[in-house]
Design a protein around this ligand. Sequence first.
Ligand SMILES: C[C@H](NC(=O)[C@@H](N)CCCCN)C(=O)O
Length: 560
Amino acid sequence: MTEAIQKSLRESPIARWTAMFVVSMSMFGAYYFNYAGSSVKPILETALGWTSNDIGLYTGSYGWFNVFFLMLIFSGIILDKLGIRVTGLAATAFMVVGTALNYWAMTSLSSAAMITLPLFGYIKTQVIISCLGFAIFGVGSEATGITLSKAIVKWFKGKEMALAMGLQMSIARLGTALALAISLPLAIKFSYSTPILLAFILMLIGLIAFITYIVLDKKLDASEKNLVVEEEEPFRIKDIISIITNKAFWYIAILCVLFYGAVFPFLYYAPDFVINKYHVSSQFAGFIPMLLPFGTIFLTPLFGGIYDKKGKGATIMIVGAILLLIVHSFLAVPFLNYWLFAAVMVIILGIAFSLVPSAMWPSVPKIIPEKKLGTAYAVIFYIQNIGLVVIPMLLGVVLTASNPNVSPNKALIKSSIEQSFNKVLATNQITYKPSDLSDAIDKTTENVVDSIVQTTFYTPAPQNEVDTAALANNIVTNNLIAAKQLSLNNGSKNSLLAMGNAFSKATYPIIKNEKLNITYNYENDILLFVLLGLLSVVVGFLLKLEDKKKGYGLESPNMK
Ligand SMILES: C[C@H](NC(=O)[C@@H](N)CCCCN)C(=O)O
């Protein structure tokens, strides 16, 4: 037998780095699509008449199947049972199908068609089908994420594992950066659907890249056929028990949800936060949070490389958590309100957001055996996904409760919408059921109020009653035009609601021009982030203690 046949393909740096690069391509597209939709929010509002509620529902639909139907957990079990190739192929195919469905819904379905569904009530067909597409994409995206982690462990164990995971995260975050940088310009220059079409093309590239990876993976297995490798028992369902009874595993899962919960939702609120607290103009508000993903592209592999060579995985996570705590604590100080300070804090947050992931994900294989890794990563992602649903909701509740005086004047808006409806119905001599009319007015009021709240994130100015009254007047005038354009000819509930939709759609440009100010005080939300940071530090120390007790080797280098 020749030397070449006896050597595992893992021993060839070219082979393993090629495998890492190829397999990461699918995550590039996934992270692009993850952020492309929310970046084109203003275009979806004006082109399709989606309300902020519609967009919120759409963004959140990413986790529907993963969280509520436990698809993420099933993906992890399938990964451990059927292996990287089958799971990765299915996962990348799910991303293609989900993105295609999303694109089709946005381009081929009428934005006026409505449907009544249990749980959702009366909703645009286009929105619900887009959500379905995005939820299918979400299943594929999270399953691809765990498959990639397991693939990297397979190729890089005992070698540059953290560097490889760091580079894989960098490639993924380049996708985020691409979405932040080009989605909106693309949508403005071509069409609202162009960024989604690009996402579809990237998904196809990801699928082809994964098929290429399968060839490499088969070659790796063939190269190890004649080697004496430690045979592991196959994965059994009861292995889940040994994962969830492992204390160190729970510390990592809890650190993950606390830490990511203090970063991703913060990024969502950051543009409005810097406008309100640091008096940054709305034009530039997006630039400060954008510093974060860009910084992580370079730093995550750098810290991963340090972990590989020097070890100190638990310490790296603790340092990252301490930086997170420091950043949020300084952001909470009321008198530190100069924009440059906010920019520096976001850069430091970027360092924290490179430190923790660079050590967290490569630490899991030190605690959990390889055959159970798919399930282990899936449970961690699952808990993280729940946190990413719950924490923003909590932040919204805290924000509303802390700012009781800044809500738009709902009563005034409702009465102007009532006037609009009545004028249109009387002018066109339309008969209707009073309860249908009142439902349609309530729903429209909700949509308009919500779009005011969301839109003012980007258009601050002094807020007062006069502004709201001016807005209300504009709503009446413009909505009459919008309603007439609909050529209403009956008073069915659906047509009343459709008229309401036209009303809320017509309000976006008005709200944008009115420059209403709803100045939010974010202090309590930032305190919530401080709490998450503090708990992250505590959990980091508990993990380090547990590692010392059980000897997992989190503080030892990964490279033998
Ligand atoms: C590696 C890690 N990935 C995750 O946390 C995934 N659950 C995907 C999250 C996607 C967020 N929009 C990471 O990105 O650090």
